[in-house]
Design a protein around this ligand. Structure first.
Ligand code: GLY
Length: 371
């Protein structure tokens, strides 16, 4: 299989997302043209390191590139001030200079954290994303959103800092646990739902065996990245169109807060439930057909994803408390709830005036269906 190359066009900050099998083993060759001297620093976590770090270091060694590595604890708690300080100081100790390259090897936590560390290190050094989860390959590694969580909320401190290259090795997705692959698929399906009905049709027909079919995986990652690259190049800092990438996310963020960001609900699972609820809400507003929400739910269900609030174990807050949690979302503008709604599959748009009472009704009915 060949490598697909998707350009992210951002003027002088343009870069490529390369997608294909075996890219970690070729990382030295891929990264070499970016280097001013043959030295890189890699940051990863203790889940990814045993699986992929040795291969990556061997690839750099084979190209004569000196590489040092730091392994952080895995998990969302790593994406905070403490590990940001640790990683940044480690990079300084490694004598990473302004013209050097930092490598982020891992999922969204490592990509966001090390992207931010690179943004602030010496007022900005270049970095390369090597995303190792489906979610990171199709979403967080592309587009330059970097940052950390604080006690006040998720991703409230950060910077737009675009990577210089993204190497999405689709071979590493084989090692993901089925639940993590499915959760990442929640973000893949989002692209079809928000803007490409033909891609959604393809996913309905092809996604069932994608986890272990490299050709299908590569196509799904490529099409997702093409869509994200197009949106980011037209609206890098989310003044408009980029908000469409948040389809399902207003519901998702409330549900993630309600479940304490625990493994009761993974982010991609929350996105899937959120997409189903966004279709339901759109249908209640008379924006899309009666059939559209059930079509979406049937596909998510067939993929083994969470679809309903009943799929979340344990207690959930009331509908009005969930709406209140949405009010704390960082996407709230002038106190108005912002939703991404749909006129059908592939036709999403931003809506700022959704009546909170209707959102509460949709959530009340979804909660009642749990009993
Ligand atoms: N994950 C949403 C964005 O990158 O804009």
């Amino acid at each position: 299989m060949t490598t697909d190359v998707v350009p992210v066009d951002l003027g002088t900050r343009s870069y490529e997302v390369r997608i294909g099998p075996g890219l970690i083993d070729r990382a030295g060759v891929e990264v070499m043209p970016l280097l001013r001297r043959k030295k890189v620093a890699v940051v990863t976590d203790d889940t990814v390191a045993p699986l992929h770090l040795d291969r990556l270091l061997a690839a750099f060694a084979a190209s004569g590139i000196a590489a040092t590595a730091l392994t952080l604890p895995s998990g969302e708690a790593t994406k905070g001030w403490a590990q940001l300080a640790r990683a940044t100081e480690w990079l300084l100790e490694q004598k990473i200079e302004r013209r050097d390259i930092v490598i982020a090897l891992g999922g969204g936590v490592i990509g966001d954290l090390i992207g931010f560390a690179s943004a602030i290190l010496r007022r900005g050094v270049r970095f390369v994303q090597i995303p190792t989860t489906l979610l990171a390959q199709v979403d967080s590694s592309v587009g330059g959103k970097t940052g950390i969580n604080t006690p006040q909320g998720k991703n409230l401190v950060g910077a737009f800092h675009q990577p210089s290259l993204v190497l999405a090795d689709i071979g590493v997705l084989e090692t993901l646990a089925p639940r993590d692959f499915r959760a990442g698929y929640g973000e893949v399906v989002k692209y079809g739902l928000l803007g490409d009905a033909a891609f959604y049709d393809w996913l309905e027909a092809n996604a069932a065996d994608m986890h272990h079919d490299a050709t299908k995986r590569q196509y799904a990652v490529r099409r997702s990245v093409e869509m994200k690259a197009g949106i980011v190049s037209r609206d890098e800092t989310e003044e408009g169109e980029r908000a469409l990438l948040n389809l399902g996310h207003t519901f998702c963020h409330a549900l993630e807060k309600a479940t304490g960001y625990s493994d009761r609900l993974l982010h991609g699972e929350g996105v899937a439930i959120g997409c189903a609820l966004a279709f339901e809400l759109s249908q209640r507003l008379g924006l899309c057909s009666q059939e559209a929400p059930s079509r979406v739910r049937a596909h998510l269900r067939a993929m083994g994803l969470k679809v309903d609030l009943a799929d979340i174990a344990g207690d959930l807050p009331s509908a009005s408390d969930l709406v209140a949690l949405m009010g704390q979302d960082k996407k709230v503008v002038d106190g108005q709830l912002r939703f991404i709604l749909v006129r059908g599959v592939g036709e999403a748009f931003v809506a700022d005036n959704v009546p909170p009472a209707l959102v509460e009704t949709v959530l009340s009915e979804a909660l009642a269906a749990r009993r």
